[in-house]
Design a binder for this molecule. Structure first.
Ligand code: HEM
Ligand SMILES: *[C@@H]1O[C@H](CO)[C@@H](O)[C@H](O)[C@H]1NC(C)=O
Ligand SMILES: *[C@@H]1O[C@H](CO)[C@@H](O)[C@H](O)[C@H]1NC(C)=O
Length: 321
């Protein structure tokens, strides 16, 4: 008996060590429950007022979390400002002139610092903020895993290389997500983030003028506010979900099924390839979309977090301590 129970102990200890070796071992939903019990309500009230002021902000905040996680993990690296001696990620191609919401993150960080100074990372603030944005715009909720720490470094090169581009083919989209440990199902479900928010003309111009798998009336409508010549109207905006751009719902997939995906990459998900069936499913089954979106958001939040004594808890999300 004694030897079998000590063997069981050894086996358990091994499992524990193994799981500690995996990158997300220390993330947990109750990470701040004693160190910052009011974290959720503090974040939520700032997100709520920001979205009330500008409904698009929810989309912008969700996107920040995605663009942070895909570049060396969810470590707040995206939030670091460029300086004369530091190159951050904000000017990388997929971010420059496009990512927004940093002032809201600053407001959230100051509100959180007031109630629990020096405790909550900027990386975790992005994770909670993304969830709150989805919920406030009518989407599903989930418990956010926490305990990430903030990077002292950033990489513009990795941002350029790792964030998928709207010109990507289905194969490129699948491998971009696979490189982050995310499945094709995760990729299709997370693309549902495009049920909210806006894109610039420069991101969809070639699709609306040059592609054939696009609804003709939809293309005309978008052309009216996105001139063919580049440099003209580059920053003109159009909703990623033409029906309900401020509601987190499954209309994005209905659009894609009807050849009304705005980005080339959106339409790639329903262009006769391996993801057609799943897009069809999400377009008719909002519950399946919600379930898969939540699972994929949690998985994305698990990408290479800094934990334990790695990284730091930044005082100001824009700069290292
Ligand atoms: C599948 C690969 C993806 C590609 C190629 C892609 C590409 C883009 C592009 C080009 C824009 C418009 C940027 C601009 O013109 O300023 C955009 C906006 C957006 N993306 Fe994605 N995206 C992808 C996945 C995701 C994921 C996984 C999420 C979140 C779960 C997401 C959330 C958003 C949101 C919410 C916006 C609107 C932001 C705003 O209005 O400020 N995207 N995306
Ligand atoms: C960022 O965008 C601005 C405005 O389009 C441009 O002038 C600048 O060169 C871009 N920065 C980088 C690093 O590409
Ligand atoms: C359409 O495709 C042609 C040929 O590839 C290219 O020269 C042109 O710039 C494209 N037009 C737009 C608006 O992207």
């Amino acid at each position: 008996m004694a030897s079998s129970s000590s063997m069981a102990f050894v086996a358990l200890a091994c499992l524990l060590l193994l799981s500690m070796g995996s990158s997300n071992a220390q993330l947990s939903t109750n990470f701040y429950s004693s160190s910052c019990p009011n974290l959720d309500s503090t974040v939520k009230s700032v997100v709520q007022s920001a979205i009330k002021k500008e409904s698009r902000m929810g989309a912008s905040l969700l996107r920040l979390f995605f663009h942070d996680c895909f570049v060396n993990g969810c470590d707040g690296s995206l939030l670091l400002d460029d300086t004369s001696s530091f190159t951050g990620e904000k000017m990388a191609g997929p971010n420059n002139g496009s990512v927004r919401g940093f002032e809201v993150i600053d407001q959230i960080k100051s509100a959180v610092e007031k109630v629990c100074p020096g405790v909550v990372s900027c990386a975790d603030i992005l994770a909670v903020t993304a969830r709150d944005s989805v919920v406030i715009l009518g989407g599903p909720t989930w418990n956010v895993k926490l305990g990430r720490r903030d990077a002292r470094t950033a990489s513009r090169t990795a941002a350029n290389n790792n964030i998928p581009q709207p010109t990507f083919s289905l194969t490129q989209l699948i491998s971009s997500f696979q490189n982050q440990g995310l499945s094709t199902t995760d990729m299709v479900a997370l693309s549902g983030g495009h049920t909210i928010g806006q894109a610039r003309c420069t991101s969809f111009r070639s699709r609306i003028y040059n592609e054939s798998n696009i609804d003709a009336t939809f293309a005309k409508t978008r052309q009216a506010n996105c001139p063919r010549q580049s440099n003209s109207g580059d920053n003109n905006l159009a909703p990623l979900d033409l029906q309900t751009p401020t509601s987190f719902d499954n209309k994005y997939y209905k659009n894609v099924v009807n050849q009304k995906g705005l980005l080339h990459s959106d339409q790639q998900l329903f262009s006769g390839g391996s993801t057609n069936a799943l897009v069809q499913t999400y377009s008719s089954n909002p519950t399946r979309f919600s379930t898969d979106f939540v699972a994929a958001m949690i998985k994305m939040g698990d990408i290479k977090p800094l934990t334990g004594s790695n990284g730091e808890i930044r005082k100001n999300c824009r700069k290292t301590n």
